[in-house]
Design a protein around this ligand. Sequence first.
Ligand code: C5P
Length: 218
Amino acid sequence: MRPLIIAIDGPSGAGKGTVARAIAAQLGYRHVDSGAMYRAVGWKALRDCVPLEDEAAVATLADESTIDITSAHVRIDGIDVTREIRTPEIDRAAAAVARLPRVRTVLVGRQRRLGIDGSIVMEGRDIGTVVFPHADVKVYLDASPDERARRRANDPAHSGGPKGLAEVATLLTERDELDRTRATSPLYAAEDAVVVDTTGKGVEVVVAEVMAVIKLKS
Ligand code: C5P
């Protein structure tokens, strides 16, 4: 099989991370979580007291940072922030910096460089629409709001979050709304993406569906 670029987009809790990781493992591809880049930039901006709405300052901060993403770790300037970036505070900070066009330009450039040789599964919100509009395979994962909130509430990677399902659901809906309505690169399914509804499906079933799409397109 030629080296493919596989784009997996969708809202929080749709199952992107688990599915993208499993697909990458099956194909021996690199898995890149683009959301972790926005999270790392949000984390550093908060640490350095850079106002999250100061586009020029946050873009400079992003540009001057080294961000290193492996399947197990996220590092910014060599600092391991894998755990620290999965909190409600960073959920908000990441969505805030992701609204800034100049920050997106910096991070999209890096994401494109990572995919230059193919053999990559990249997950995010705009991978099939903006980062790799010519990706070989585009999948858009979705699930009902209730199911997405349940998954997020049970995700051990996310710490310090609200305990009640209702509150998790409210925060998730708020962030989705931010991602869907922003002016630059809003979240939506690319016209040529295959939409997979993961509601009520186990990981193996979804991975098999996505692998079937990949086989068709490769
Ligand atoms: O996927 P994750 O929830 O970790 O992403 C955190 C935030 O980063 C999202 O709410 C979204 O605002 C932003 N993001 C983005 N574009 C991507 C990936 C994530 O705008 N490709």
